[in-house]
Design a protein. Structure first.
Length: 368
């Protein structure tokens, strides 16, 4: 593994090479201030990790003080412009990708020249945020983990449902085998299609999209596919609803004030009346940070073309546990805090097993 020393001034990799800014420039949904200047790398995709990548975009600058990462949120204006028109006219007016699946599809279209939502976007997307692993085998794309997330269910804080449940209880509800928990009625919600969290949650529940489409799980409620992931406001007025929720997102939303102070990033607090459930007696959050020993955990990734991993900008920022996304800290209440953890995710220094990769590892690949 290459050894790098990151400083506030220079990374010493040459003109295209990177340094970490001493102070954060203001940022929020999408790059803010809006480009120009455009960052060297443009990313789209997952709602789950959009705030964290906004954070990195705010605190990582090149040696000329220009942003390295432009990360475009899953929600916002209907179209985005990811590169300067003078350098790539394809990149003006892209339909905004919403979620991990659309983010990866846009990256693939950018790489191979196929249309994205009817438009050629060759060279317009450099990485995709994904909260789910590869959809197909192969080596064209590398899924580089930068954090650990956990997923549990959220309920209305006024609900009479128990705050500690078993995995089996939740699975039986989602498989439409039970309509109550501890005698209380329950309605299982599904977040929008195309979400990496939805893909991950269904796999945990032992459910397939094909079976849902075939009507095998009539109890699942998606409110006409309108439930955006990690938005607890949907629980308002419904004490029977249970909703899959990223623990990392929940923590980031609760840290919104500290995040704004440390990075200038605005994280929208969408928790509403939600509270997270423990599973099997294990709490999803301990001491204000994600519990990496929670029963349901997953890695979260940035998806990059494998052929691009030798690019020095990508290498310095994404790959290896000495990369910027694995090491960068900001000051919170006078103490250095890893950006990954400030935005709610756990940090894993090295691989501990299947599906539990170390930060920056480049062994997980796929063709989509």
């Amino acid at each position: 593994m290459k050894v790098r020393t990151f400083s506030a001034t220079l990374l010493g990799l040459g003109a295209a090479v990177l340094s970490l800014a001493l102070t954060a420039s203001p940022a929020q949904a999408d790059p803010n201030p809006a480009p120009p200047p455009y960052g060297a790398l443009a990313g789209v995709g997952s709602d789950t990790t959009q705030d964290a990548l906004n954070g990195f975009g705010a605190v990582l600058d090149d040696s000329g003080g220009n942003p390295i990462l432009d990360s475009w949120d899953a929600r916002g204006s209907s179209t985005i412009t990811t590169k300067a028109a003078a350098s790539n006219a394809n990149c003006t007016g892209l339909v905004r990708p919403n979620g991990s699946s659309q983010g990866r599809d846009a990256l693939i279209a950018s790489e191979n020249g196929t249309p994205w939502q009817g438009k050629t976007i060759t060279g317009c997307v450099d990485f995709a945020r994904s909260s789910a692993g590869p959809r197909s085998a192969g080596s064209t794309y590398t899924y580089v983990p930068f954090g650990v997330d956990a997923v549990t269910v959220a309920i209305n804080s006024n609900s009479l449902l128990p705050t500690n449940v078993t995995f089996t209880q939740i699975q039986r509800v989602y498989q439409c085998l039970d309509t109550t928990i501890a005698g209380e009625p329950v309605t299982p919600l599904l977040i929008q299609s195309g979400s990496g969290t939805r893909q991950f949650w269904l796999a945990q529940m032992g459910i397939t999209e094909a079976d849902i489409a075939g009507g095998l799980y009539p109890c699942l409620e998606d409110l006409n596919n309108t439930i955006q992931e990690h938005d607890g406001t949907v629980l308002a007025g419904h004490e029977d609803y249970i909703l899959p929720f990223s623990v990392g997102q929940y923590i980031a939303q609760s840290n919104s004030a500290a995040i704004a102070t440390a990075t200038g990033v605005t994280v929208t607090d969408r928790r509403g009346p939600s509270t997270l459930l423990s599973i099997g007696g294990t709490a999803p959050v301990t001491g204000g940070v994600l519990n990496t020993n929670f029963p349901i955990v997953r890695d979260v990734y940035n998806v990059l073309p494998t052929a691009d991993l030798t690019n020095p900008v990508i290498d310095a920022n994404f790959t290896g546990n000495d990369s910027a996304l694995c090491t960068k800290t900001v000051t919170v209440a006078g103490t250095p805090k890893r950006v990954t953890e400030l935005f709610g995710f756990g940090y894993r220094a090295s691989t501990v097993g299947t599906g539990k990769l170390g930060c920056g590892v480049t062994t997980l690949t796929g063709n989509s």
